[in-house]
Write a protein that binds this ligand. Structure first.
Ligand code: PEP
Length: 229
């Protein structure tokens, strides 16, 4: 299983350091085949060492240059960061990244050999139209994406389940993940209100290869509850 913590715009440099120190001391007992990722805010990136991977929540698809306010590969390389989240619904919908921009970012970071956790997900409006509409929408989010890329993990995150406390049902996850695996045969994470109370049933689903976690990842106690469930 993969357990990925997305801090979003939470935690400071100091509190991230405390979090990682706590994680380092407790991950010794995790199953060797499990992988843990942490995506802190960009200002908290550092060269942390341990049985986990630190990634960037976002970056601009350049090495460096005149891109005021952005961070490129040069700034990530300082901390040996070569993992990135691309396509999160908050970047698509709140920040306004188009599929074209997302695909451009994907192509650039693929070229750099980054491990890419690529997020897709539908709105409640689309979900209410049924599985065919959901799949049509999800397939459209692979437009311009090389789904054969080796270093590629997909995260299915229904937007209506993110940060709402309402996870997708087991039946919805089973149906959607089975359909997605037919299209993209890559590790497939589920994201959307994953917490201690539902990790056992979600992780038991055969086509769930891991979870991407927002709210429940913010404290080591609640995140480790998932890793050690
Ligand atoms: C997320 O934003 O990736 C996420 C899954 O958030 P939460 O766990 O808070 O629903």
């Amino acid at each position: 299983m993969i357990y990925a913590a997305n801090f979003k715009t939470n935690h400071t440099r100091e509190s991230t350091k405390e979090y990682i120190t706590d994680l380092q001391s407790k991950l010794g007992d995790k199953k060797p085949e499990d992988r843990v990722f942490v995506f802190p805010p960009l200002t908290a990136l550092d060269s942390f060492e341990g049985d986990f991977t630190i990634g960037a929540q976002n970056a601009y698809p350049v090495e460096n240059g005149a891109y005021t306010g952005e961070v490129g590969v040069e700034q990530l390389s300082e901390f040996n960061i070569n993992t990135i989240l691309i396509g999160h619904s908050e970047r698509r919908d709140t920040i306004g990244e188009s599929q074209e921009q997302v695909a451009k970012k994907f192509a650039f970071f693929k070229e750099q050999g980054f491990e890419i956790i690529y997020c897709i997900g539908e709105s409640l409006e689309v979900r209410e139209q049924g599985i065919e509409a959901v799949m049509e929408h999800l397939v459209s989010q692979f437009e311009g994406i090389d789904t054969t890329y080796d270093n590629f993990v997909v995260a299915y995150e229904p937007i209506w389940a993110i940060g709402t406390g309402r996870s997708a049902t087991v039946a919805e996850i089973v149906e959607t993940h089975n359909a997605l695996k037919q299209i993209v045969d890559k590790p497939l994470l589920y994201g959307g209100s994953v917490k201690g109370a539902n990790i056992a049933e979600i992780s038991a689903i055969s086509n769930v290869d891991g979870v991407l976690v927002g709210g429940a990842s913010l404290k080591t106690e609640t995140f480790l509850e998932l890793v050690f469930h």
